[in-house]
Write a protein of this length. Sequence first.
Lengths: 443, 182
Amino acid sequence: MTQNDEFIGQLEDYLVEFEGETPLPSRVIDAIHTELPRTRQAKPGARDLRLPPRPKTASLRGPWGIVAAAVVVAILGTVFLFRGSDQAATVAGSPMPSTSAAPSAAATVAPTPSTPIGAEVSALLRGFLDARVAGAGAQKYLAVPEAEVPLLYATSSGSGYERGEFDQVQGIEWPQDLTAFEVRLFARDSVVEQLFFFSPDLQPLGLGYLPDSFGANIPATAEDGKPVARPFVTLDDSITLQVAHPWVAWRWEDDPYVETQGGIRLLPEGPVAPRVDQFRDDWPFITLKPDPVLGGADCQTDPGYGDAAELAFHLGHYTGVQANAPKAVSVGGVEGVVMDVEIAAGTPITVPVNPENGGICFPQVLGLLVDADAPAYQYDNILTAAASGQWMRLYLLDMPDGSPTHVLAIAIIASESDFDRAVKEAAPLMDSIEFRGPLSETP
Amino acid sequence: MERRLVELAMHGDERAFDDLVAGVGDQLHSVARRILRDAYLAEDATQRALLDVWQNLPRLRDPDRFEAWAYRLLVNACNAEARRDRRHRGELRLLATDEPVIPDSAARIAVQQQIDLAFRRLGVEHRTVVVLIHYVGLSSNEAAEVMGTPVGTVRSRLHYALKYLREAVEADARLERSESLA
């Protein structure tokens, strides 16, 4: 045995023996049981925004839930945005500030006394603005990849920035020392406004950026007062949508464990809405599904339909489904049908389960209307779930021959009260859809 | 881990989740204890990880990868706990009195205490690599996936962690020899 082998053996013995047996204490299991009913499960396919780590939950030494709830209630009760002119800090790239470009007034709601910004954070912001004006080096001030920050060094027309300034934004605090800042960058004839945030928990330490403005009803990036659209590329780079506020696309991230079929969600109207958890299942969303037939491991995959119109007919006659008559539609140059679909809230939806492996067989688009918060029951290889009561505008598109996808489904899903707004706000997003690559290849 | 339990828990079955906790809870807690070297932090991290498991189960891509995914959530929770509570308090540990006495037990315990002293001085990232590879038994590639870091980073951290541990233990041993000679 070599010395190295002997040491590794000693190390492994130490790891096994020194702590001894360490079963999970029953008090931890009890605490999990207590917390479980209050912990909502994510919906399949929903994606998490990269947030600073959350505070401890249901700690045995002091549940944070009560504290967090109290803080959130306090924030909701006093929430507003503030652009404090007395505290605005300016970083100039040229001695004379631009006079032609002016920031939008969208974020100004009401003034409030602002809290002092720490010198460290202030220096971080100044360095960040300096680098953006200089056209290089901003990444080292960011806690996110620079590719995730739109218009980092130039406006959409390619103009470099002449100067920048920032203000603290009040009202988007989170009970974990999060501070939000509005950054304004002035070019010759444009001004770019962006929201960044800072938390000592961010790793690496730097400025964070969230495309949904941390739930605030203001664009994360605006140019001359207009929200800046970002391309959302999905389904193996075959489809691009341009997503702009009030829609927000979940960040794509390679993750070997969780589903990457993500979402584009519609921010709610009204006052600032700080997030109370990271899964906003109640917000309207758009999703795309290729060949939305029966799914699940080893389940039947033969849809038994020929084209989009036949699939629409099939879905419209599924038990419990209410749907209007499909109408012809064209999206991104691809023909198909569109229909509105609803399953009344609480309606049981039963689906077969593969007895061999537990895989769940489900018409995927109807699965979008299942209430993920309600319990599902399984008996004798039949799973019963309940409908959420949400409405769905469903586009079913006949993809060209030669495409690996036969029918593409695009679904806009919202509660009844949000449905009209969601459909209306989705119009520019639907108009922006471009097909490229194999999905729309003609033979 | 039975795929069926994971599938049921993915669809909100709390009893199935209880069974999952019974199946993996002890192991996750053991790993957290070794990464964090603090009983209370390890309990919090395990609790946090298991609640994260419950919350995010419906998004799990492949139920067969449940265990590896749970390790990832545990490592994330351990990192969060380590950041939040940077207490470096000494912790006396009493050996169980019913442990069998074997001839080399004194020497063996002395080596383990030397390793323990050095192990505690490692950063949490380095301890995590050592625990995942030399306690859980993951490969470098698997540890990289669990930690969400490139495999090169894992190998580098492991190299430096083992080098540090080995040198620290050897230094202690040299010191003991010189003291006994004096």
